[in-house]
Design a protein around this ligand. Structure first.
Ligand code: GLN
Ligand code: ZN
Length: 765
């Protein structure tokens, strides 16, 4: 009979219990034992919830104190030498995840170790800890977490399918330790025996099945990696429970051929991202393999179309028989919030369209029931689902013809500036009269405790809007005055009125709602609450003009208006699934374009449109890059080109490596781009030169991710290095990102140093 499965449940808990527990442990407020007991209770609650929801195959070892890739590193003994002097167990584990600093005394030595690198988990907003391997790497079964958690569930009467990051993905997601040149995949032969050991222990403990996650299978893989798969899995199956290899976030494409030839017991497919792959897989699936169908979206929050999912499952059942079919979410539910139950304040009409993790479990169970015993058995549920979808499709809240008309009638003129850059540059120079090596910042200034307190007072009604307004004005005044004193050339207002760069705009755009408790894990104990874009997006009134204009009134120097770009808004929200992302991006772009035009009308001469997330939206398969870059850059152009030539448009990018999308950055045609480069990556500068980038550029010279104040000399060296690649006339001097996470004293000192650096280069020029 068809069964239902889950691939992973969000770890945090209905009220972010895990976050609170872990943070209390770090602060020394709860003991390790309390931490262990609290998380054990949480795991039990999540297993029971899944069982009570009617899920047949329930995951274990999907729990993590910090990150599942870090868990794998810790379990397989991949602990770089700099952490080996720490206590094994939680101390070294958390040190690898978040660094550890501890003062010493007469008896104990001081500790100061940095965290390992963090990277985005494929194209999600979850970040994993990058494992570090050495050429002489030894592996060992350093802890028994997967077995312990399997037995823990068993002890409360719940049989589970342990989830383990597969060996190939584990190695490919990692890197060599500093100074070593090993390619982690070369270590496979040494790693496999330890996986074997773990799997056979799970089998002895009673596990009949395991889920090995190999998300790298949806990437373009060279032949050598395919061989590595074959090599590893032929060995692993021998002593293992039945192995299901889980793939997600995309399509297998040609990887399906070798995967179906492995002696594994089953394959999981993401049929939300890649529904078209079902047919091709059904054709080649050998008789000994089961197929897990990811028909419910594990990454978004909309109710599924149950009848469509049922059709898909029935098709598979007809092709390979019901015993070989499993109904599942597309990927782990790690990427969706816990439950809609705590959304007590949300608009009822919209709440009716949503399914978070707990609700998705019911969807899975219903699909399974419908296929196993016939739709009549769940008729009421199917009808309720169909009604809800119909209400959503017809809602007047979603569809606004004037917004759609605008997007359907984009003219080529709306995607380009009036004149080419050299002409604009001349006009901007006449207007702004900036010196060589102009200085600016990326936008935000320190969000101090007072700033956050004022916002929370406003929310609680302890401040009237007028009081809050006065408070923010005071902050803007201080900020502008400081920038004048420090001799910065293009000023900003400081973004004190904003909670978050995406949420702030979402709150002011049509078509968005906000959850009360829709948290998803971003990294470690950090959770984010993405806005929900449910309908057509537009801007009904100016959003930032008030503060930019106020700030401009305080100074004769040019004030820079600060906006978040359309692709970043899209990437960091839960996006509606009833139209292509491209259309939503264009709607956002028009809303921002309207704001840009209003800022210009209000006398703001420089406007920055941040796109830190444009690179992370890049599809996982190379073949899909061009299509994405086409519409993403078009959306940026649409947002930024409504102004006269004299108005200087800036953009800002950070968090990633931009070398591989250079032609697209060029096509964005921003007058000035400020870009994260404070680690002095000459590769990036080289790329600007190679692609003969001609617009102005500010590679960051001050690393704002650290409280360190960079010295004048240090920043001078960075600018000097830049000038080997970039012509003097194009270079700006600025930090590498916004300053909101920093404190005032360090920022003041660093920015004074920074303007001094610019002056010294001007003197030489
Ligand atoms: N303007 C934003 C700020 O300064 C940019 C933040 C970012 O790039 N992540 O905070
Ligand atoms: Zn940034």
């Amino acid at each position: 009979m068809v069964s239902s499965a889950n691939l992973g449940f969000p770890r945090m808990g209905a009220n972010r219990e895990l976050k609170k527990l872990v943070e209390a442990y770090w602060a020394g407020k709860v003991t390790e034992q309390e931490l262990q007991q609290g998380s054990k209770d949480l795991r039990a609650a999540h297993w029971k919830l899944q069982k009570d929801s009617g899920i047949d195959i329930i995951p274990s070892n999907d729990f993590s104190f910090y990150d599942h890739v870090l868990d794998a590193a810790h379990t397989f003994g991949v602990i770089p030498s700099k952490y080996q002097h720490l206590q094994s167990g939680l101390e070294s584990y958390f040190a690898m995840g978040r660094g550890l600093q501890r003062a010493g005394d007469a008896n104990v030595q001081a500790v100061d170790v940095p965290a390992q690198e963090m990277k985005k988990w494929f194209d999600t907003n979850y970040h994993y800890i990058v494992p570090e391997f050495a050429s002489n790497q030894q592996f060992s079964l350093a802890n028994s977490k997967p077995i312990d958690e399997y037995l823990e569930a068993k002890a409360i009467g719940i049989e589970t399918r342990p989830v383990i990051l597969g060996p190939i993905s584990f190695l490919l997601l990692g890197k060599a330790v500093k100074g070593d040149s090993v390619q982690p995949i070369q270590l496979l032969e040494k790693l496999v025996p330890v996986y074997e050991q773990l799997l056979s222990k799970l089998k002895q403990a009673g596990a009949s099945d395991v889920q090995l996650d190999e998300p790298v299978l949806i990437l373009d893989l060279p032949a050598s990696i395919k061989d590595a798969f074959k090599h590893a899995y032929e060995v692993l199956v021998k002593s293992s429970p039945r192995i299901l290899v889980a793939t997600y976030f995309g399509r297998l494409d040609s990887n399906v051929e070798f995967l179906t030839q492995l002696p594994i017991h089953g394959i999981h497919l993401d049929l939300v991202r890649a529904p078209e792959q079902l047919d091709s897989v059904l054709k080649v699936l050998p008789a000994h393999q089961t197929l897990s169908l990811g028909v419910i979206n594990g990454r978004n929050i909309w109710k599924a179309n149950l009848s469509k999912a049922i059709e898909t499952v029935i098709k598979a059942v007809q092709a390979i028989g019901s015993d070989r079919v499993i109904v599942a979410p597309s990927c782990s539910m790690l990427h969706t919030p816990h439950s809609t139950e705590s959304e007590t304040k949300m608009d009822q009409e919209i709440l009716d369209w949503l399914a978070f993790s707990a609700e998705k479990l019911h969807e899975l169970a219903t699909i399974k029931e419908a296929v196993a015993t016939g739709p009549a058995s769940v008729q009421a549920k199917l009808q309720a689902n169909a009604d809800s979808l119909a209400r959503r499709a017809a809602s007047k809240r979603i569809h606004r013809q004037e917004v759609k008309d605008r997007v359907n009638n984009i003219s080529p003129d709306q995607l380009k500036r009036r004149s080419p850059f050299p002409e604009r540059q001349k006009l901007q120079q006449e207007k702004l009269k900036l010196p060589k090596f102009p200085t600016t910042t990326v936008g935000s200034f320190p969000q101090t405790r007072e700033v956050r307190l004022a916002r929370s007072k406003l929310k609680k009604g302890e401040y009237t809007p007028e009081q809050y307004d006065e408070f923010i004005k005071g902050e803007v005044q201080k900020c502008v005055k400081f920038q004048e004193d420090a001799n910065i050339d293009v000023l900003v207002h400081g973004e004190f009125e904003r909670n978050d760069m995406v949420e702030f705009f979402g709150e002011n755009f049509e078509g968005h709602v906000f959850t009360q408790n829709g948290w998803v894990q971003s990294y470690g104990s950090r959770c984010v609450k993405p806005p929900v874009i449910f309908g057509d997006v537009s801007r009904s009134r100016p959003i930032t003009v008030y503060w930019s204009q106020y700030a401009q009134s305080l100074t004769k120097k040019p004030m820079k208006g600060m906006l978040t770009g359309p692709i970043t808004c899209l990437q960091w929200s839960f996006v509606r699934d009833d139209q292509p992302r491209k259309d939503t991006a264009n709607q956002l772009a028009f809303a921002i374009r309207d704001e840009v035009v209003d800022l210009e009308k209000a006398g703001i001469p420089v406007i920055q449109i941040d796109e830190p997330a444009i690179r992370e939206g890049l599809p996982l398969r190379r073949a899909d890059w061009d299509a994405y870059l086409q519409w993403a850059v078009d959306a940026f152009l649409l947002s930024s080109t409504g102004v006269h030539d004299q108005t200087q448009i800036h953009t800002h990018m950070c968090y990633s490596d931009f070398n591989d999308i250079f032609p697209s950055i060029k096509r964005m045609d921003a007058d000035v781009i400020t870009i994260e480069n404070s680690k002095s990556d000459l590769k990036l500068l080289n790329a600007f030169e190679q692609h003969s980038y001609t617009n102005e550029i500010g590679p960051g010279v001050y690393d704002i991710h650290s409280p360190r104040v960079p010295s004048v000399q240090e920043m001078q060296e960075r600018v000097a290095a830049m000038l080997k690649y970039l012509p003097t006339g194009l270079v700006w001097v600025n930090p590498d990102c916004g300053l909101k996470t920093r404190g005032w004293p360090e920022v003041e000192q660093a920015l004074r140093n920074l303007t001094q650096v610019a002056q010294s280069f001007r003197a030489q020029a």
